[in-house]
Design a protein around this ligand. Structure first.
Ligand code: SF4
Length: 311
């Protein structure tokens, strides 16, 4: 007997329909999360203001496509008015498909500029065979982007670095540079002339991967220059991924910690005047607790487990 749709009858939809509905729900949740996290970073760090001309640096990778996509969504509903100008630097790497980005951006109807500069040949000529080309390549790219930003009267330069990039940089600096220093969500550029923003600062890389798949961005491979991926960054990335696998939620906790710095409990006298401290006579919960261990919330630190070796 064929199923009849009546008011009283509950009919279970076929499995494919249920799976499709689930995927749609998850994608909707992902979009909301991305917009919320980017919107929050913009508010927290006052990244974009009325009248800004924001240059969105597009490499053709998933992160920069995601950045432009989410910024366009936020622009449409923002209470302020600002412009987005997508900029790609075509470095003339062999095999770079130079039609992909212009085609995509034209279809999107967004303002864009493609800057063509053969930095690839310069780097190849200057850097000896077998040596890493990245540092010269990035220096050249940076200079070109600053010049283009000036020519286009840009007020903010937006980059597609995400949460995982920020944490990798933090650990790279700690492990290899002896510094407690991450990647800033907003800072003046090293030439002093531009404000650089990273609106994806709160966004997880895995969400950008899923978003890129969903939106089917025309990704351009990032290994065209033939240079090896930065080995130390790769190692740190693997370490962070392993931690997250073993202790789910740890990455998020680490990102939160970058927003809760307590200079008095570190050892940098440039950031805390240890030499001149005096007793205040006023109890302070943030004061030194002598022998007492720091107290942590018992339930909210995700993934931490206590191993009882004595048992
Ligand atoms: S990976 Fe290639 S394109 Fe990227 S910075 Fe290094 S040399 Fe330049």
């Amino acid at each position: 007997m064929s199923a009849v749709w009546t008011e009283n009858e509950t009919v279970t939809p076929p499995q494919e329909v249920r799976i499709d509905a689930k995927i749609e729900r998850e994608t909707h949740k992902l979009e909301k999360r991305l917009c919320r996290q980017v919107g929050q970073a913009i508010i927290d760090y006052n990244m974009i203001e009325e009248g800004d001309r924001v240059m969105v640096c597009l490499s053709g990778g998933k992160d920069s496509y995601g950045l432009l996509d989410i910024l366009l969504k936020l622009q449409a509903r923002a209470p302020i008015s600002f412009e987005l100008i997508a900029v790609n630097l075509d470095q003339k790497q062999p095999g770079f498909p130079d039609h992909i980005l212009p085609d995509y951006l034209k279809k999107l109807g967004v303002q864009f500029h493609i800057e063509t500069q053969d930095t690839y040949s310069i780097v190849k000529k200057v850097v000896p065979e077998g040596k890493t080309m990245c540092s010269l390549c990035s220096r050249l790219r940076r200079g070109i982007l600053y010049r283009v930003a000036d020519e286009l009267k840009i007020t903010k330069i937006a980059l597609g670095h995400h949460r995982d990039d920020m944490l990798q940089t933090f650990f790279l600096n700690m492990f290899f540079g002896g510094k407690l220093k991450g990647m800033p969500p907003k800072l003046v550029s090293d030439d002093g002339g531009h404000i650089v923003i990273r609106p994806l600062a709160n966004v997880a890389e895995k969400d950008l991967i899923r978003w890129a798949e969903h939106r089917q961005f025309p990704i351009i491979p990032c290994n065209l220059c033939g240079s090896q991926e930065h080995l130390q960054r790769k190692q740190i990335g693997n370490m962070l991924r392993d931690w997250e696998k073993q202790y789910p939620g740890r990455t998020e906790t680490m990102l939160t910690s970058l927003q809760n710095v307590v200079p008095s409990h570190l050892m940098d006298h440039k950031h805390y005047d240890f030499k001149n401290i005096k007793v205040t006579g006023v109890p302070d919960a943030d004061g030194d607790k002598v022998f007492d261990e720091e107290e942590f919330p018992t339930t909210t630190l995700p993934g931490l487990q206590v191993l009882n070796f004595a048992a």
